[in-house]
Design a protein around this ligand. Structure first.
Ligand SMILES: N[C@@H](CCC(=O)N[C@@H](CSS)C(=O)NCC(=O)O)C(=O)O
Ligand code: FE2
Length: 280
């Protein structure tokens, strides 16, 4: 198509038309880039998506909904933000069907247990391998339905044994929890962390998704909000390395333990219902 435009311009050649050539040259480059980076899959009209943030723990919570049936889910809600989330659900006229966790968090108390109290009928979900209590347990490959939409749960252990990535194929999005962070990944020095397992999880289950799939992590500490499979496959400073270099990086992160770990893990084992602050 571009070649035809070129030829037409040249056939009419006069000094003025030369400019057309310069307009077209960069467009050739942008078309080439679009194949891997810019071909965003747009949400269907009946799909609602909202990214929410907890500043204290730098946690992202995601609200998804089917706008036909109004059924909604929350991924990785935070206890201190449960009232915010339930208020938004109410304002939007949605029905919260499930509150899911990508894994048993170590840095904050999950909001799932409290949301179940705020919104009767809501059920909590986590992987069976997490060892945490919930109403429903996920195994690798299970699906979670809300309205006509489907979340596919894929086991991506390594940060913890029970880590899962939640994929909504039709919308081209995946929620990676702490398995894959933007230009980073979950630490592997506590709970059941294992860098080799995490490396394999990412390479086998996330980097194999279409490159234009958008990735949404459970945390970001630098102000990033989302990434893509293409970006992380090419620019993740840890996971683009070979496995031995990756293991070496992970074994030398020397991060301080999360401030809340001693409180968060026992609480999250009980769906966030252990020792809840009185005015949570
Ligand atoms: N400073 C924070 C905890 C930061 C932290 O350890 N984050 C975890 C995810 S929460 S389990 C992590 O995996 N970080 C990876 C990294 O490279 O930063 C606090 O005290 O809560
Ligand atoms: Fe975590």
């Amino acid at each position: 198509m571009l070649i035809k435009i070129f030829r037409a311009s040249l056939a009419n050649a006069s000094g003025k038309h030369n400019n057309v050539l310069f307009v077209n040259i960069p467009r050739v480059h942008s078309v080439r880039r679009r194949s891997s980076m810019n071909s965003r899959i747009t949400f269907t009209e009946d799909f609602f998506f909202r990214q929410l943030f907890d500043h204290q723990s730098s946690t992202y919570t995601y609200m998804l909904a089917d706008l036909g049936s109004k059924e909604a889910v929350l991924i990785d809600p935070v206890l201190e933000q449960a009232k915010r989330d339930s208020h938004l659900i109410q304002e939007l006229g949605l029905h919260l069907k499930y509150a899911l966790n990508t894994h048993m968090h170590a840095d904050h108390i999950t909001g799932t247990g409290y949301l179940k109290k705020l919104i009767p009928g809501c059920e909590s979900i986590i992987s069976r391998a997490s060892g945490a209590q919930a109403d429903k347990y996920l195994e690798n490959g299970d699906v979670v339905k809300f309205g006509r939409h489907t979340i596919q749960a894929v086991a991506t252990p390594g940060h913890t044994n029970g880590c899962m990535t939640f994929i909504v194929n039709e919308q081209g999005i995946a929620f990676t929890g702490d398995t894959l962070l933007i230009r980073g990944c979950g630490r592997t020095d506590f709970q059941e962390g294992n860098p080799r397992t995490l490396y394999d999880s990412v390479h086998q289950n996330i980097f194999t998704l279409p490159e234009n799939f958008r990735l949404f992590p459970a945390h970001d500490y630098k102000g990033n909000m989302e990434s893509t499979v293409f970006e992380e496959k090419n620019y993740n400073p840890r996971l683009t390395k070979d496995i031995d270099t990756f293991v070496n990086i992970m074994e030398n992160l020397n991060l301080p333990y999360p401030k809340m770990i001693d409180k968060a893990v026992p609480a999250n084992k009980q769906c966030g219902l252990y020792d809840i602050p009185p005015d949570a």
